[in-house]
Design a protein around this ligand. Sequence first.
Ligand code: NAP
Length: 280
Amino acid sequence: MPDRYAVIGHPIAHSKSPQIHTWFAQATGQDMVYEAIDGGAEPGGFEQALHAFARHGGRGMNVTLPFKLQALAAADVASDDARAAGAANALRWQGGRLQAQNFDGVGLVRDIEVNLGQPLRGKAVLVLGAGGATRGALLPLARAGVARLAVLNRTASKAIALLDELAAHLPPALALHSGGTDLLPGLPAFDVVINATSASLSADAPAVPPQAFAPGGLAYDMVYGKGLTSFLRLAQSAPDVRVADGVGMLVEQAAEAFAWWRGVRPQTEGVLKRLTVPLV
Ligand code: NAP
């Protein structure tokens, strides 16, 4: 019997995780199946589906919206990244205990540094947004050695509260800014600007002046499959800025989860090539 894995979310039909993990399993020769489970909109639906999956031999799960917070709450043990993010995107059952991880931030850093060839050590990084995706990215960005980190959000108070909460887990030498996007004209340019808002889902762009992008830098939209988003188009109006969407982050966090479950890290280049949509 192949080992069972799944992604759980609501809605879930759009998820690329079953395809990604099936490709990884084929490439690494792992005897496993991977399905998509809709946790539904009813209260308690996620927990019921989680326990039913475990009872039927489930070994691990990816978790997507809107269940990432509940996944952390359901776990017996959680990694530092999951606790800092306040959310889990991967679970596994081991020795009768449910373990939680959050690989979104690690996936982001690996995509920027390895796939896009942009080392983060010593760099100035701006993260736009103060939701779950930003929360998950901050510790991994700090571990990558960024020198200056700004978290700016449409609602300034949320960015300030987020950095206040996580500051104790960040290196003391890291220069931090938090507040509203209205602070941008007063700040020096950033080598990497990451859009971790959901603005691109509605074709909006956070208000970023072209001077915020340092020449030779990278503009990264965490959203994927939307082509050239308003944010990436805005970034292109600045001189010499490379643009990327979040498909590599998706694939790299999947590879981290796969390695955590199976003890073998799949190659990601081929899968990334298959899923990449031209940014036009
Ligand atoms: P979230 O928790 O709902 O946070 C949304 C954030 O976007 C908030 O800071 C919100 O600001 C801001 N926002 C929403 N609409 C805006 C607008 N029109 N203009 C400016 N700011 C706006 O969402 P999330 O879970 O952090 O996800 C954020 C994005 O990351 C989504 O697009 C998601 O698809 C993407 N993501 C991608 C991956 C991947 O693997 N590539 C993984 C995780 C997430 P306020 O606080 O002012 O409301």
